[in-house]
Design a protein around this ligand. Structure first.
Ligand code: WTA
Length: 677
């Protein structure tokens, strides 16, 4: 426990601290049109009405059969929501809208090349394409209910089509962020036992056409070494004959979807009647140990929860054009580009590329051209856009009624620019705190009911009851004092388990405060989020950051252990330690300390080799700010690396008392090295 606890203090110390802010109130215009204006919602969702209150969320969906039980706790903490209910996610996101809205745009796809057409896919067209691809997956790829499939694709309309085709068949999709390396993709193929990989030929990013199919080849080769055979690689073609033409297709294994799908034109696939508790997808995320874990999300509970969050917190109506800038390869994209908005029959925008290319006005041009009125992004993008083009939004004619921020704490200064410059003083903002594991929002303001407070996420959303606990499990009741934020009750969007590792699920999220591991009572299983937070007098929560070994880089979650393991693959490396460093745009960046094996000379080449190894194994997002080749790691007498000390050095903070270390003298050497550079 010793080292962990110290780690927590450092995180809290280097977290951004800011003053309590004033409230901002929603306009009467916003309130007049809002989906949720009934203040009784909080009473209806009090713990006294738990778990039945959540049927209100489930009723937003169309079920083949209603549930036998709202919450089944018999296998706690693997909770089953709406047990016995039958439902299909693809049906709820597409078919049920056709009668009234088949000609409405479901997806606007904006390619990076501005000379290429924006694709406006209607619900009818989405229905046709999802059915055809589902027929291909079933009849050509041989996939059936319960199988897993890995999808490694860039942002494109074909990505949600692929996901919804899987959902139609009851195939569990595991989408890997397109920017992850082949090796990261292979890990996920192996863990989920996928025998089919779905990829894409190429995509544009910041002016470059990147060959993506090459990752599929490498991933399949690496997975094979780890014992997982991929027998089919299905490759969507965005740019036939361009980047992919130099990527040979492997005979009998690789197929261009665009060719094969012709056989299935006009095919219709009856949606599978899935049980509410059947898994819909896996989303791998970083944690305290090296290996990313597959958060398993259910069909009925997850879909009910994200639909409710999209409706009540994001205030999505069918007539809205909604743009969430995240990548579909992260949970935000799953819940709030694909499933939530489509279940509500909104038009959802997907774009290729980056917000800052070809110029700082791109985002606002897209908003203007597509008449976007709900906008969703992360602090890292807001900081970047503010830095490169603070006056750009004013040059474009668009009107946002609502904006979301997600992924990391937002500094009040940045919040205020978002509100005034991007939102033009017209839009309300919700700061949504949640996680891959939670499916949907945990803390946020209900926009028409609660005022906004820059820098604070807000109270628990209706049905979520947060509590701050200290290390002994006692509630921290004093406002402003930090502790571990937990959720007292289960909720339908909560992950079901870690794929194939129930014990790790229990240990990671519940063991810390569960007093009775045999208990079947949900009250005994508070969910431990892994973030430090404070609560203020008004019941608003301010999230300070992770208390575990996770670094949030540009809103992307990376495990320090994952990066360290990647560094240790380089044979010259003896020890590796990663610490987060504050960064103006990205929020945090990993700083990497390396002790080389005896006799190995510290050179720039070796540092580069280590940095390259990390990019190769995880992806460029994990690239360290700097690789510090140090003579030795600062260690406790029991031999533990003192990451707290390294963190203080990287962040130019106070290293504190180091005299109890086994090798205090090395601290000064490292400090000199870092300070000088
Ligand atoms: C952080 C992203 C402050 C937090 C949806 C959490 C936030 C981790 C916020 C989950 C927010 C997310 N304010 N911090 N509004 N939203 N976080 O799994 O540390 O990629 O634990 O899910 O991001 O990251 P994940």
């Amino acid at each position: 426990m010793g080292e962990k606890q110290v780690m927590e203090t450092t995180e809290a110390q280097i977290a951004v601290h800011w003053q309590e802010e004033d409230y901002y109130y929603p306009s009467s215009k916003f309130i007049g049109q809002a989906n949720l204006t009934d203040p009784d919602i909080y009473d209806r969702f009090s713990l006294d009405n738990f778990p039945d209150c959540f049927t209100e969320y489930a009723e937003l969906l169309t079920w083949y059969k209603y549930w036998d039980e709202v919450l089944d706790t018999s296998d706690a903490p693997c909770f089953k929501w709406f047990r016995g209910g039958q439902i299909n996610a693809s049906y709820n996101c597409i078919d049920r809208h056709l009668k009234k809205n088949k000609n409405k745009t479901a997806i606007h796809f904006v390619p990076e090349l501005e000379e290429e057409r924006v694709d406006h896919i209607t619900y009818q067209e989405l229905y046709v394409r999802v059915n055809e691809f589902a027929a291909l997956l079933r009849d050509f790829a041989g996939l059936k209910r319960g199988d897993r499939v890995t999808i490694h694709m860039p942002m494109s309309a074909e990505l949600p089509i692929t996901m919804l085709a899987c959902a139609r068949l009851g195939v569990i999709h595991s989408v890997v962020f397109g920017g992850f390396s082949a090796s990261a993709c292979a890990d996920r193929i192996v863990d989920s036992n996928s025998r089919v990989l779905i990829s894409m030929d190429a995509y544009y990013r910041a002016g470059n056409l990147l060959n993506h199919k090459v990752n599929a080849d490498e991933a399949v080769a690496i997975a094979a070494k780890d014992g997982q055979v991929v027998d089919k690689v299905l490759v969507w073609q965005r740019y036939p004959g361009k980047a992919s033409s130099d990527t040979p297709m492997v005979d009998g294994r690789d197929y261009f979807v665009n060719d094969v799908v012709k056989k299935y034109y006009g095919a219709r696939v009856e949606p599978e009647k899935m049980l509410s508790e059947d898994p819909l997808f896996l989303m791998y995320t970083s944690g305290t140990t090296g290996k990313p874990k597959g958060a398993q999300h259910s069909t009925g509970g997850y879909l009910a929860y994200v639909t409710a969050m999209s409706k009540y917190i994001q205030d999505i109506h069918p007539k809205d054009v909604y743009w969430c800038m995240a990548d579909i390869g992260w949970i935000t994209g799953h819940s709030f580009i694909v499933y939530g908005p489509l279940a509500l029959c909104a038009s959802t925008v997907i774009y290729e590329g980056v917000p800052t290319y070809p110029d700082a006005g791109r985002s606002w041009r897209i908003a203007q051209d597509l008449d976007v009125n709900i906008f969703h992004t992360a602090p890292t993008a807001i900081r970047a856009l503010r830095k490169i083009g603070p006056d750009e939004p004013a040059k474009y004619t668009y009107h946002f009624k609502h904006m979301t921020t997600v992924g990391e704490p937002i500094e009040p200064e940045v919040w205020k620019w978002y509100e005034s410059a991007v939102g033009k003083g017209e839009a309300i903002i919700v700061d949504t705190w949640w996680q891959t594991e939670t499916g949907g929002f945990l803390c946020s303001t209900v926009p028409a009911l609660k005022p906004m407070k820059p820098g604070s996420a807000g109270p628990g959303v209706p049905g979520i009851h947060p509590i701050i606990l200290d290390d002994n499990g006692d509630e921290v009741t004093q406002p402003g004092i930090a502790g571990n934020i937990c959720i007292q009750n289960p909720w339908p969007g909560q992950m079901q388990t870690i794929w194939g590792d129930r014990q790790r699920f229990v240990d990671t999220y519940f063991a810390r405060y569960c007093k009775n591991p045999e208990s079947k009572d949900w009250r005994d299983w508070p969910y431990v989020a892994g973030d430090a937070a404070t609560r203020s007098q008004d019941g608003y929560y301010r999230i300070l950051g992770r208390i575990d070994d996770v670094i949030n880089v540009s809103g992307h979650r990376l495990g320090t252990k994952e990066i360290e393991s990647a560094a240790l693959v380089v044979q010259e490396v003896a020890e590796a330690a990663v610490v987060p460093v504050a960064h103006e745009i990205k929020g945090k960046e990993p700083d990497l300390y390396i002790a080389l094996k005896p006799g190995v000379e510290a050179t720039d080449e070796i540092a580069k080799k280590i940095s390259d190894a990390i990019c190769e194994q995880i992806g460029k997002i994990a690239k360290p700010r700097k690789v510090w080749l140090v003579p030795d790691m600062p260690k406790t007498r029991s031999g533990k690396i003192m990451r707290r000390v390294l963190g203080a050095i990287s962040n130019k903070g106070d290293v504190g008392n180091v005299m109890t270390l086994a090798n205090p003298e090395v601290v000064e050497t490292i400090k000199n090295m870092v300070d000088k550079s």
